[in-house]
Write a protein that binds this ligand. Structure first.
Ligand code: DIG
Ligand code: MN
Ligand code: MN
Length: 388
């Protein structure tokens, strides 16, 4: 039971399983990763049942590498992936580690930094294509401010848009089969990060020259950091046909970005999220953008990787149980029932408008009707806690 298989499409970023445990108050607690470790890790992840590995350009190729060194590294890693049978479904550019990006990349006030960011993104996209990635994520970790007076806030949105319009043009001219997914975060590492939520990203995408080319990559921790509901953000992305990728993890409210193991904190939100993905036939990667506790050794890291996938599969079974539970389903149906036959009146036609204006509503009776949500929530909790 709960054994992950490649067809589950579970993926891990190279930066997740190889996180060396450094934090703002302490040094590494695990080995700093090198190419040999990543090649070995490919086999280990395949053994655990993962489908693929995602990467930033510099997770694999150091920013200082020569073209010859780059080609050698890519060839070595491709062999390890092929031997392990792992895919690279998603790639992305690191535009947040090097000091050059300390005040942003696409929205940096310095135009030379913006120009360099475009070149680096084109090279990152080339690398992603070489590894047969289908989704290219953009997380603007440094795109923001501590001092709002330092940037024209409207011009910054325009610069962001110009960058994506440029890179979409590049991808089309190259004939690449890849789509973009934008990942929001409200803050950290910047005091304020531009386009802070998935909702903001969905609005921004509509201002691009080719909105169909771009979707979103919502992350559980990032919506929760903003005090928002991750399932609600994902539901809006699904409705818009824009859920191109997803970063799964967990997060305690009101904390820095903890990137905890999926469903290790918010079981009910994680259940709701898995129900959304499964009920709506989400077929993309289920990417765990998380890392093991700083306390763990390498064995603990593999237990962390296995735990992410195990938790998803346990909740997937709970969703099937919820959907098959006669009492729960009867209650859910009852709560949505169109007892007065008004559903057909709520698509605009002049007749429907007249019918609604002519109709009498007993709002006192409507307001007095119990919604049975205590019962539904208890039944759901019973199911999640394994007593139903
Ligand atoms: C952080 O949540 C970001 C970076 O790790 C990466 O750019 C992106 C891809 O999952 N998530
Ligand atoms: Mn995160
Ligand atoms: Mn992420």
């Amino acid at each position: 039971m709960y054994t992950p298989r490649p067809e589950d499409k579970f993926t891990f970023g190279m930066w997740t399983y190889s996180n060396p445990g450094r934090d703002p108050f302490g040094d590494t607690t695990r080995a700093v990763p090198n190419l040999e470790f990543h090649c070995r890790a490919a086999g280990k992840l395949a053994e655990l049942g993962a489908y693929g590995v995602n990467l930033h350009d510099n997770d694999l190729v150091p920013i200082t590498a020569t073209p010859a060194e780059r080609d050698q590294i890519v060839a070595t890693y491709r062999k390890a992936l092929n031997d392990a049978g792992l895919k690279v479904p998603m790639a992305t550019t690191n535009m947040f580690s090097h000091a050059v990006f300390k005040d942003g990349a696409f929205t940096a006030a310095d135009p030379t930094v913006r120009a360099y960011a475009l070149r680096k993104a084109m090279e990152g996209i080339d690398l992603g294509m070489e590894l047969d990635a289908k989704i290219y994520v953009f997380w603007g970790g440094r795109e923001g401010t501590e001092v709002d007076a330092g940037k024209d806030l409207v011009e910054s949105v325009k610069r962001y848009r110009d960058a994506f319009n440029f890179l979409i043009g590049y991808v089309k001219d190259q004939g690449y089969n890849i789509k973009f997914a934008l990942e929001a975060k409200p803050n950290e590492p910047r005091g304020q990060i531009f386009l802070p939520t998935t909702g903001a990203m969905l609005g921004f995408i509509q201002t691009l020259d080719d909105p169909d080319f771009v979707g979103v990559n919502p992350e559980f921790a990032h919506e929760q950091m903003a005090g928002l509901s991750f399932p609600h953000a994902v539901a809006q992305a699904l409705d818009a046909g824009k859920l191109f990728h997803i970063d799964l993890n967990d997060q305690a409210p009101g904390r820095y970005d903890q990137d905890l193991r999926f469903a290790s904190v918010n079981y009910k939100d994680a259940f709701t999220l898995v129900k959304l993905l499964e009920d709506n036939g989400y077929s993309g990667s289920k990417h765990f953008d998380a890392h093991a506790y700083r306390t763990e050794d390498e064995e603990g890291v593999w237990q962390f990787c296995a735990g992410n996938m195990r938790n998803y599969l346990i909740l997937k079974e709970k969703v099937a149980q919820f959907n098959a539970d006669a009492e729960i389903q009867a209650l859910v149906a009852e709560l949505q029932a169109d007892v007065d036959g008004v559903a057909g009146l709520m698509t605009y036609t002049p007749d429907n408008a007249s019918a609604l204006r002519a109709r009498s509503f007993d709002i006192e009776a409507l307001g007095a009707k119990g919604r049975k949500l205590e019962l539904l929530d208890q039944l759901t909790g019973d199911l999640l806690l394994g007593v139903r």
